[in-house]
Write a protein that binds this ligand. Structure first.
Ligand SMILES: C[S@@+](CC[C@H](N)C(=O)[O-])C[C@H]1O[C@@H](n2cnc3c(N)ncnc32)[C@H](O)[C@@H]1O
Length: 568
């Protein structure tokens, strides 16, 4: 990859929110290096001190492999079936039909497999195929690995005990893609935010908020090459995204069809911007597929809820619950009987939990906006919930929040910030000689993540002042963390040694609250990322060649004794 450091433009140099990319050279006249930039091989940028620390801790080779593995998605998508609505076999058949009838079929390469769902064996739903596969020679009773299972069948059931409501859908990659046009003209381009690209690599389409820049003259229906704007070192010693930055070698994630003209991409605020038809990593998109019947979720997240082992009729607390993946898994395991209290610090995210619960037809979930570090109430009350008050936001600023909450919430909600403001903000960037550091940070974050949502989404959220000690049978603490370990990750430079350590300190405060909230004899499950200082031993065990969807995840289950003694 060429080093374009000297060609870096300052982050705020863009004149418009959606920059125009200029291409004038026909492909045939491009020099070799320019034509060769169309591939995918990003290298993960770390904070130098974190890199130094991890190299020392894990060894250069192991760390290099971890770093590379993080930039690639897993080779399958993991789907949790809403067992209260459908049986896994029914969903498996439905999914096969849905996938066969659409462009998703190509994505998972179903060709050559003649689906004839006949046999169930060892948890994998097997099929008769005209092609004999070596794994077919195994005798009844053999257990095949996930890799083998997916070789045989594009969709397989999980073999882990108790997890037969989990399906794996085969993907593939990296693929070689030809970025050429018939007319020998340079392919038109769309540059997307990093968060958008990470989702696309996992099978999503490119949505409008993720688009940062676009070639001129893109019309609806044009084929466009999609690349990602990743943070680069900036002149002030930090990191910055410049969607106009010309050095794009190794940052191409596929080809798609523009669903709108360039002008349309400027105008519209939501919807699909680019329908990806050639992906570097082929994984199906599950947008609008069997809504409410399935949920796309990483395997460790599913295992976390499973590990909590919630029982029907119990009272369970999910302390950092949004968007509600684990909350809904817990409610389903409880057969929607009992009470799952799902809290999150962010108003909008609480709405996400409500939306997901409604989509899955789950009624035992109650949501609250509450800071998990203050989850134990000080006063007394009934029913374990103190002084909860109801707040009704209708697209207003969160003016009713006190300042402390407001700051905390703002940090979380920066990713959800204003689309309309963004245009103005970036438009003003050139004209303004002075911008406060906060404004620069905000703008930089938006360039990185895409504009996201506009303030509060509107909707009713209950705000709780906390719960009584010993009031839950089980508590899940899926603590906020660096998420280092979830793949794909295309940039990790913002994590410093200090921030990685701070996650642990913050989590400790939440864990102390969890211990108070669970009753004697109850259970706490704590889950977080793996890659952080002080836990080298765990990381040594990680195999970067694994195809798992999460390469660093830590789950711990604590049985709480008589509360006077220790938690074990
Ligand atoms: C790892 S995510 C949780 C994912 C979720 N458990 C799921 O499976 O869908 C962490 C969540 O913690 C929330 N959070 C961060 N700090 C918090 C706090 N002090 N109190 C409550 N929630 C917090 C964030 O808003 C974020 O939604």
């Amino acid at each position: 990859m060429r080093n374009g450091g000297s060609r870096l433009k300052p982050i705020l140099s863009g004149r418009r929110s959606l920059s125009t990319l200029q291409h004038s050279t026909p492909l045939s006249q491009m020099d070799q290096s320019e034509a060769e930039r169309y591939y995918y091989n990003p290298s993960l940028r770390w904070n130098p001190k974190v890199e130094e620390y991890f190299i020392k801790a894990y060894g250069a080779d192991h760390f290099c492999r971890i770093s590379k593995a993080l930039t690639r998605p897993s080779r399958y998508s993991c789907v949790r079936v809403n067992a209260l609505k459908r049986g896994t076999d029914v969903v498996l058949e439905k999914l096969s039909t849905v996938l066969q009838g659409t462009s998703l079929e190509k994505a998972i390469n179903m060709k050559g497999t003649h689906r004839n769902l006949v046999n169930k064996q060892n948890g994998f739903l097997k099929e008769s195929s005209t092609e004999q596969h070596p794994a077919d020679s195994r005798t009844s009773g053999d257990v095949c690995t996930l890799e083998e299972g997916l070789e045989l069948d594009p969709i397989v059931k999980c073999q882990l005990p108790g997890l037969d409501y989990v399906l794996f859908v085969r993907g593939s990659g990296p693929q070689q893609i030809e970025y050429v046009t018939e007319s020998d003209r340079p392919v038109k381009e769309v540059i997307v935010s990093r968060k958008c690209a990470e989702a696309v690599l996992r099978g999503a389409q490119v949505y409008i908020p993720g688009v940062l820049a676009c070639s001129s003259h893109v019309e609806k229906g044009d084929e466009v090459a999609v690349s990602v704007a990743i943070e680069q070192p900036s002149s002030d010693g930090g990191w910055a995204v410049d969607p106009q930055y010309v050095e794009r070698s190794g940052l191409y994630i596929g080809l798609g069809t523009a669903m709108l003209s360039r002008a349309g991409l400027f105008r519209v605020r939501e919807g699909i911007a680019v329908d990806m038809h050639k992906r570097v990593f082929r994984l199906p998109s599950f947008n609008d597929v069997l809504e409410g019947e399935i949920f796309l979720q990483n395997l460790p997240s599913i295992i976390t809820a499973h590990c909590l082992d919630p029982q029907p009729g119990e009272r369970v607390l999910d302390m950092c619950a949004a968007p509600g993946g684990k909350t809904t898994a817990i409610a389903i395991l409880m057969k929607d009987k009992g009470e799952v209290i799902a809290m999150d610090r962010s108003h909008n995210k609480v709405l996400d939990i409500q939306k997901l619960a409604a989509e899955m037809d789950l009624t035992c979930i109650t949501t609250y906006k509450l800071d998990a570090t203050k989850a134990v109430c000080k006063g007394s009350g009934t029913n374990g919930i103190i002084n909860s008050c109801s707040l009704d936001y209708q697209n207003t600023e969160a003016s009713a929040l006190n300042m402390e909450d407001k700051h905390a919430t703002r940090r979380e909600e920066l990713n959800e910030d204003a689309t309309s403001e963004e245009n103005a903000c970036r438009g003003q960037a050139n004209e303004k000689i002075y911008m406060s550091k906060a404004e620069v940070r905000k703008t930089s974050r938006r360039l990185r993540n895409g504009p996201g949502r506009n303030q509060c989404m509107g909707g009713r959220v209950e705000r709780s002042k906390g719960f009584l000690p010993n009031s839950f049978d089980r508590v899940l603490l899926d603590a906020p963390c660096s998420a280092l370990g979830l793949r794909p990750r295309l940039f990790v430079g913002e994590e410093t040694i200090e921030s990685l350590r701070n996650h642990a300190k913050y989590q400790r405060r939440m864990f102390d609250q969890a211990v108070k909230l669970v009753r004697s004899g109850g259970v706490i499950v704590y889950s977080t990322e793996w890659l952080r200082p002080g836990e080298e031993e765990l990381v040594q065990r990680f195999d970067p060649s694994s195809t798992l969807d999460t390469i660093g995840f830590f789950i711990a289950k604590f049985s709480v004794g008589n509360k006077d003694g220790d938690v074990s």
